[in-house]
Ligand binder design. Structure first.
Ligand SMILES: [Zn+2]
Length: 417
């Protein structure tokens, strides 16, 4: 590895990235000024079109990799408030790859969608007085898209590139849990030894070491409707029964040891106020740091629901699953961490780690047995809000880190040192 850090190849790549600050910043703004809320499939498609051009070789840049294409993403199926499944069309998924026949393959991934739909007032970028760039998706995750793209451009300029293959997936639905793209993610990621994802680092530069597992559940309660005046006693109030049940589910937060949580996120039911409601639904988010914790809390949740189901006047139905398994820091992920630490040290980028309660596609990769680090993106804060900002100097800094990391994997494949 010492040889890499003294090589002109590396220094040329780092120097070249230093000349790309303006181009990177311009591309982030172009990508963010195009709305790509998850359900705005045409907006996502426009972002993908732009990225396709970049991969094919836009302006002064040569094409990247052996091929690039967009492929349709299966629709996202989401249970609506009436308890039925709606299918939402999604934007395309971009895929690209280089040197599929090389033994060592790395999976590179980040999403093209944002949480801001077309009706949201937050649509355009602006510079703040402190020089940060404020805009929809600047760090979550369009800054990461640009870091990935330029890190690959820098890597492909070096002679080391011939020793490492890469597969890129840019998915259009991470913000809704990759409901449509997960099968594409899985099939491509499973062809690779490990993954790098370009979610933002924390505002103080901390990268994420481990993430809680997370899943969304729906609890539907059916009772019996009746006229609230003429026939009140014949009714069975689904809202009230469900409310009593979710109150007990919430109480689990104080009884189950560990960091697992049950969040009652949404309640819906009833209609005309003079009718005893026969339908109510709750949406519930469950999280835990390891599979055992999640099994335990899920067991308690099922017990509570089973108890409330014993009342024959009501039907309760719990559906859903842990879609993001816990991303635990295993030995293989630790090897990638160490490589990032060594690389960071050489580049003068301080690297430190912190666990996070939020899930990313990195959780899914972990669940499929693919070790990964998922915070290779730029620095910033306040994602999912109109205060979202990017520290603009971190674009080049993080692209250098990612490019040097790829070069280190090409020099010395992970797990062989
Ligand atoms: Zn996000």
């Amino acid at each position: 590895m010492t040889s890499l850090f003294n090589s002109p190849d590396l220094n040329n790549a780092l120097d070249w990235l230093g000349t790309q600050h303006g181009a990177m910043l311009e591309l982030v703004q172009d990508l963010c000024n195009q709305n790509s809320g998850t359900f705005h499939a045409q907006g996502v498609a426009a972002v993908v079109d732009r990225l396709l051009d970049e991969f094919k070789g836009a302006g002064k840049y040569p094409p990247l990799g052996d091929w690039v294409e967009q492929q349709p993403t299966p629709a996202a199926e989401i249970l609506n408030d009436q308890g039925h499944i709606d299918a939402f069309p999604l934007g395309p998924t971009l895929r690209a790859e280089a040197r599929p026949n090389v033994a060592h393959q790395v999976f590179l991934c980040i999403h093209t969608d944002t949480v801001y739909d077309l009706a949201h007032p937050f649509q355009k970028c602006q510079f703040l007085t402190n020089g940060h760039l404020n805009g929809p998706g600047v760090i979550d995750a369009k800054g990461g898209l640009v870091v990935l793209l330029f890190a690959l451009r820098a890597f492909e300029r070096t002679s080391l590139a011939s020793r490492l293959g890469w597969k890129v997936v840019l998915n259009p639905d991470e913000e809704i849990g990759s409901l449509g793209s997960h099968s594409i993610l899985k099939s491509v990621a499973q062809q690779c030894r490990f993954g790098l994802l370009f979610e933002p680092v924390m505002p103080d530069g901390a990268m994420v070491s481990s993430r809680k597992g997370s899943g969304n559940f729906t609890l539907v309660c059916r009772g019996k409707s009746a006229h609230a005046g003429r026939n009140f006693a014949a009714g069975r109030n689904a809202i009230v029964h469900l409310a009593r049940c979710v109150t007990e589910l919430d109480a689990l937060n104080h009884t189950v040891p560990g960091d697992s949580t049950v969040n009652i996120g949404r309640l819906h039911g009833g209609g005309a106020v003079n009718v005893v409601p026969d339908f109510a639904m709750a949406r519930i988010n469950v999280r835990g740091v390891d599979p055992e914790q999640i099994d335990r809390i899920m067991g308690h949740i099922r017990d509570v629901v089973a108890r409330f189901s014993r009342d024959a006047d009501y039907q309760l139905n719990l559906t859903g699953q842990i879609t993001s398994p816990p991303k635990v820091l295993d030995a293989a992920s630790r090897l990638i961490q160490e490589r990032i630490e060594v690389t960071g040290r050489h580049l003068g980028v301080p690297i430190h780690w912190r666990p996070s309660g939020g899930a990313s596609d990195g959780n899914k990769l972990s669940g499929w047995g693919i070790p990964n680090i998922d915070t290779l993106g730029p620095v910033g804060d306040h994602l999912h809000s109109p205060d979202e900002y990017l520290v603009v100097d971190s674009l080049v800094q993080r692209a250098r880190l990612a490019a040097a990391l790829l070069m280190s994997f090409a020099t010395e494949p992970l797990g062989t040192q």
